[in-house]
Design a protein around this ligand. Structure first.
Ligand code: NAD
Length: 426
């Protein structure tokens, strides 16, 4: 099949590289020239495990290329929309990228037939009230006749995006017309998972409800973790005991410094606003956001209980919102660093992949090339991302610190190798 993917970020590029590796002919479209150039050189503009190899191969074999202009695409069976849907200041979804992408696609559809697939996360009603009208207005065609439309939400986890692309738990297809849904289902025919077909609005809500549920689950175990800390109980054992119950399940029961990333916060906020708009209230989601906002700050409070940290050197290990990615959007490291700077601390940080992105937010921190360098002469150390390499740190690595205070926000240190540290909830 010929596939065009509009938006070459974490979702668009992983989707594009995944389909190209399955022998489809894929064209990425992005407004960002730097991204387009990187992709055409076979170099991913983002870090995601395994993406480098997959992309290099796909570009070399001519299965994948990138352009800034969808007008240069010759023929395509599918046009995936994978542009960002960030939050506005008030928490509402910002549709400006969706609107522009839909108009560009409308221009293309004027002279071409294709199935448009909305992969971006959009609130119920967006495809029907924003995407389709924009394409119809610009193309002069009518949905179901001149072009098809499906909603196919993305559930990948950054850091495991390609694994999730090839082995999804489920594929959701929300469709306007049966023919488009059949075509999209055919594209996914080699995938070994349930395919759930729904209406457009239902598919849109499945994505929000899933993210809101996962954010709630994380927040719940964090509250239990906070209680465990005061009762001197290991929350990880509690979570393990809970997770053995099939009705609960062990995933997303790792207590820590809260969720971050580009999706959970913005999607929960958008769903909250949508609920307000409907005349109702979601007290659960309101609480999830406020509990989660406070969670990263607990590690700073714990640190303050141990020592007067004003004007001291604090080593931060891990900046990305989670391991396996260079993404720092909404990362818990941001409020932690902000609080440390407010206390006059000098912050020395190390992250194997995310330092360049963090420099755009905090240009004046000291960024080191290794954990050892960050720890050297530090008065305290906070571990904020569960990068696997931190699991191999030993007492010897921490011995270069001035003052041995070590607090982990993600459970990653090996107690056999490191002594005398504590966790945010354990
Ligand atoms: P991103 O910000 O990494 O990428 C979006 C890309 O779209 C950027 O490269 C941007 O330059 C490009 N773009 C913007 N307007 C464009 C236009 N008119 N034409 C072409 N390109 C355009 O975003 P992302 O993290 O990949 O997320 C994309 C969507 O997928 C969002 O709706 C998000 O909520 C959803 N999603 C993200 C994840 C995730 O883990 N990142 C997971 C599931 C779903």
């Amino acid at each position: 099949m010929r596939i065009t993917v509009v938006g070459s970020g974490y979702v668009g590029l992983c989707t594009a590289a995944g389909f190209a590796s399955l022998e489809h002919e894929v064209i990425c479209v992005d407004v960002d020239k730097n991204k387009v150039d990187c992709i055409n050189r076979g170099e991913p503009p983002i870090y995601e495990e395994g993406l480098g190899e997959l992309l290099a191969k796909a570009v070399k074999t001519g299965k994948l290329s990138a352009t800034q202009n969808i007008g240069t695409v010759k023929d395509t069976d599918f046009i995936f929309i994978a542009v960002g849907t960030p939050s506005k200041q008030d928490g509402n979804i910002d549709l400006k990228y969706i609107e522009k992408a839909s108009e560009d696609i409308g221009n293309f559809i004027k002279n071409n037939d294709a199935t448009v697939v909305v992969k971006s996360t959009v609130l119920p009603g967006t495809t029907e009230n924003t995407v389709i009208p924009a394409i119809e207005r610009v193309s002069g065609k009518t949905v179901g006749k001149g072009f098809g439309v499906c909603v196919n939400p993305e559930f990948l986890r950054e850091g495991k995006a390609l694994d999730d692309f090839f082995n999804p738990d489920r594929i959701v297809i929300g469709g306007y017309d049966r023919e488009s849904c059949d075509r999209l289902q055919e594209l996914y025919s080699s995938f070994n998972c349930p395919i759930k077909r729904t209406s457009i609005k239902t598919a849109e809500l499945i994505k929000y409800a899933s993210n809101a549920f996962l954010a709630t689950k994380i927040t719940f175990i964090n509250e239990i973790g906070n209680l465990c800390k005061t009762l001197d109980i290991d929350v990880n054992e509690v979570a393990e005991g809970m997770g053995l119950d099939k009705r609960i399940g062990g995933h997303f029961l790792q207590a820590g410094i809260g969720f971050g990333g580009s999706c959970f916060g913005k999607d929960v906020s958008a769903l909250l606003r949508k609920t307000d708009e409907s005349g109702d209230k979601s007290r659960i989601l309101e609480t999830v956001l406020s509990v989660n906002a406070a969670q990263p700050l607990r590690i700073v409070s714990l640190l303050e209980k141990r020592a007067d940290i004003r004007n001291r050197a604090v080593a931060i290990l891990g900046l990305a919102f989670k391991e396996g990615t260079d993404d720092v959007r909404d990362a818990p490291s941001i409020p932690v660093v902000t609080e440390l700077l407010r206390r006059g601390c000098s912050v020395r940080c190390y992250d194997p992949k995310a330092s360049e992105n963090m420099k755009k937010i905090f240009p004046n921190l000291t960024y080191t090339g290794s954990a050892a360098e960050a720890l050297n002469a530090a008065d305290a150390c906070l571990i904020l991302t569960g990068w696997e390499e931190f699991a191999s740190l030993t007492d010897k690595d921490f011995s270069a610190m001035n003052n041995r205070i070590i607090i982990e926000g993600r459970k990653i240190l090996d107690p056999e190798k490191v002594s005398g540290y504590e966790g945010v909830c354990w």
